[in-house]
Structure formats: structure tokens, C-alpha cells
Design a protein around this ligand. Structure first.
Ligand SMILES: [Zn+2]
Length: 221
């Protein structure tokens, strides 16, 4: 599952996990898990992250390798925020083939830059009830939210410049990966600016048709 920050890929990945009984793997989660184990690798990762540096492809690839060897995940994996560059994508291909598995589908949520900016900058959460709103797309009103306005919080670390730079970095790093999958006829481009439910339906239909195909192949093998 690909998409720039603010594309809603977490929401859609979570939807797919529930609907199709999948496991969502994000490298962020894998790294946090490793750090919590408090072993050698974990403390190495922690010191890299603490310095504000990127964890090497080698470390990421090794963590992914462990996941692919785990039978529990076989045929039921959805990667979120991975692979992050073409090198990781190529390594994933090799690892997947080695484990007799396949990538059946690559989803990319497309969102325009100005929409991403408004989605992130407009995000508001209520510290009392946990309600999530957006001042541009889903503003809190007297009808949909009862708490006092003073509980509404905006994330202060997001400013427009940072959001745009993250968005551009994403495009720059991800475009070659998407082309790599497009050449393999795996890429589905999704309009990430449609309504959340409509996006879920669209990607749900894609996965359902793949599951049908895999089932037919299974029957004839
Ligand atoms: Zn509230």
C-alpha cells in the first residue's frame, strides 16, 4: 500500500486487514518491536533513530526476511510504508521468490499536494472524547461534537513547508518503485481524494477479485 503522508493509507490498510483477515506490516512497527526487545539489534536501531538517521536497507531487509519466514503471515501480508526505495523493492522481490510467495497486488493512493496539506494542517483532535475532525473537510459543529472548544488540539509540529517537503520526497523516492511494479502489471492507482468508504469499496473489490483468482488457481493445481 503506497500513498504520501496524509493519503489515508493507514485507514485503508486497517480496513483491508479486518475485511480480508490480513496482517499489516509497517517497518515503523517492526523497528519499534525490535527496540522494545532490548537486544543488540534493538539498541543499534535506537541509536540510529535517536541520531535522526535512517535505518539501513540491510537492517530493514533482515527484519522483513524474518516476517516472510513466519508461516503465520504466508499469503496474508499487507505492507504499509514499505518498500521505501527501489533497492528495498528489488530485495523484497528476491526474498519473496526465495520463499515461494508472490506479490499479488500493489495499491497506490493518489492525492494532490494541496489536499494533503489541508488534510494534515486542518487535522484537529478532541482531547476529551478522542474525536477526530478537520477544519477544511470535516469541521466540528454543534451537531457532531458536544465537548467544549478548549479541548480541540492541533498538531503543532506540522507546518506547510515540512508537509510539502515530505510530500515531494515521497514522490521522488516512490515513483521508481511504482514504475517497477507497473512493469510487472501489479499496480492499481486509486483516487485517494474520493470518500473514504468509496475508496475502501474500490480496493476491497480489487482484493476480492484477486482472492477469487488465487482460489481458482489453487483448485486447478
Ligand atoms: Zn470531544
Amino acid at each position: 500500500m503506497f500513498g504520501p503522508p496524509g493519503a489515508g493509507k493507514g485507514t485503508q490498510a486497517t480496513y483491508l486487514v479486518k475485511k480480508f483477515n490480513l496482517y499489516k506490516i509497517s517497518t515503523g512497527d517492526l523497528l519499534r518491536e525490535e527496540i522494545n526487545k532490548n537486544e543488540n539489534l534493538g539498541s543499534k536501531i535506537k541509536s540510529i533513530i535517536d541520531k535522526g538517521l535512517f535505518v539501513s536497507d540491510e537492517i530493514i531487509n533482515n527484519l522483513i526476511k524474518k516476517i516472510l519466514l513466519n508461516k503465520k503471515f504466508e499469503g496474508r501480508l499487507i505492507f504499509d510504508g514499505y518498500p521505501r526505495n527501489l533497492n528495498q523493492a528489488k530485495e523484497l522481490d528476491i526474498l519473496i521468490k526465495k520463499n515461494n510467495q508472490t506479490i499479488s497486488c500493489v495499491l497506490s493512493l493518489h492525492v494532490d499536494k494541496d489536499v494533503v496539506v489541508k488534510r494534515i494542517l486542518g487535522r484537529q483532535t478532541c482531547s476529551k472524547c478522542g474525536g477526530i475532525f478537520n477544519e477544511y473537510y470535516n469541521p466540528a459543529t454543534k451537531e457532531n461534537h458536544k465537548c467544549d472548544e478548549k479541548f480541540m488540539k492541533k498538531r503543532s509540529d506540522d507546518n506547510e513547508k515540512i508537509i510539502i517537503s515530505r510530500f515531494e520526497t515521497y514522490l521522488e523516492k516512490t515513483l521508481p518503485i511504482l514504475n517497477f511494479y507497473k512493469d510487472q502489471n501489479l499496480l492499481h492507482q486509486i483516487n485517494g481524494m474520493a470518500k473514504i468508504d468509496d475508496i475502501s469499496r474500490e480496493i476491497g473489490d480489487i482484493i476480492a477479485s484477486i482472492e477469487t483468482w488465487l482460489y481458482i488457481l489453487y483448485l486447478y493445481n
